[in-house]
Design a binder for this molecule. Structure first.
Ligand SMILES: NC(=O)c1ccc[n+]([C@@H]2O[C@H](COP(=O)([O-])OP(=O)(O)OC[C@H]3O[C@@H](n4cnc5c(N)ncnc54)[C@H](O)[C@@H]3O)[C@@H](O)[C@H]2O)c1
Length: 290
């Protein structure tokens, strides 16, 4: 595994490291020495390294764009040169401002203007998708692209703007829960174990290569409902505080009203789709912070 530990934490890898089945190469994916060393004897690559989190994306657009383009380009070159199949993680953000009720892999994508920094994440991930498919077409690379929708679970950090870990940590301390915007924006939260199961089933199938798949929960909840459920599930005394977007992310910030995946294709190709309930997700995630 390669990780530069820029947003990831070695603490989270303790259990895997103790099993003796994980070797961590600390550094950037684009460092060719590290990349070649880590790729020795590898028969499959999962590429997850990226600049993530709305807060980080808005504050550091150069880092976001460079990381998401350069690292993916490096790993695609290596996978193609060494003939190693690869799964690339993209994001539901690529659907942008689409007003569709449900997002399908074949949909048109409606991205905001370059003057609004948040779209740099969607665009850089979308370029990753184009580049991956170009390698598939021109160099015969075996690759799968997945678009992840809000993936959450134990030990996830809230430092870079993710809502659920921040809400749970505030609720456990009975601190006010800060909601950005009016709380009526909705999302679908997928448990990380379901995402992992989906990824494994996708690479285990023969028919999935060269394809794009949504991975996410279909259960839609507004951010206010999410905060209220966290308070209820954890028996917390927290109250809700609404923070205007411009105070959180600066002026001109755009958010999507809703974002719900169709996982029909995932189900059709793998026989699986994420189903862990939000209550279970909250309990399991909170457990990791107690
Ligand atoms: N969690 C979500 O809701 C979500 C949603 C959509 C897409 N994704 C995608 O899934 C992938 C994993 O995201 P995550 O939520 O687990 O975030 P994460 O921050 O836990 O994982 C990203 C990892 O990449 C590492 N990293 C960053 N830049 C690197 C570089 N140049 N070289 C090596 N390592 C580097 C970070 O230290 C971190 O451990 C990302 O590609 C992200 O875009 C996640």
């Amino acid at each position: 595994m390669i990780d530069d530990l820029s947003t990831g934490s070695p603490e989270n890898l303790k259990q895997a490291a103790a099993s003796g089945r994980l070797t961590l190469h600390t550094g950037k994916v684009s460092d060719l020495n590290i990349l070649k060393m880590a790729a020795e004897g590898v028969d499959l690559i999962f590429h997850l390294a990226a600049a993530v989190g709305v807060e980080l994306v808005v504050k550091s657009p150069i880092r976001t764009i460079e990381t998401n383009l350069r690292e993916t380009e490096s790993i695609l070159e290596l996978a193609s040169e060494k003939n190693i199949p690869i799964l690339i993680t993209s994001t539901s953000e690529v659907y942008g401002k689409s007003s569709n009720e449900v997002f399908r892999e074949t949909d048109d994508l409606i991205i905001g203007p370059p003057t609004l920094g948040r779209w740099s994440y969607a665009c850089s991930k979308l370029m990753d998708e184009f580049l991956t498919l170009a390698f598939v077409k021109e160099r015969g690379l075996q690759a799968i692209i997945v678009r992840l929708f809000n993936t959450v679970g134990p030990r996830q950090t809230g430092r870079f703007g993710m809502a659920l870990p921040r809400f749970i940590q505030s609720a456990l301390k009975n601190d006010p829960i800060r909601i950005f915007g009016n709380g009526r924006q909705s999302r679908c939260f997928c448990f990380v174990d379901d995402t992992v199961e989906s990824l494994i089933r996708l690479v285990d199938s023969e028919k999935t290569w060269g394809e794009i798949f949504n991975i996410g929960s279909e259960h839609e909840v507004t951010i206010q409902e999410l905060a209220e459920l966290v308070i209820q599930e954890l028996g917390s005394q927290s109250t809700l505080t609404f923070v205007p977007y411009e105070n959180a992310y600066g002026s001109g910030f755009e958010d999507m009203k809703r974002r719900r995946p169709s996982v029909e294709k995932l189900l059709e190709f793998t026989g699986f789709h994420p189903q862990t309930t939000l209550r279970e997700i909250i309990q399991k995630t909170a457990e990791s912070w107690k």
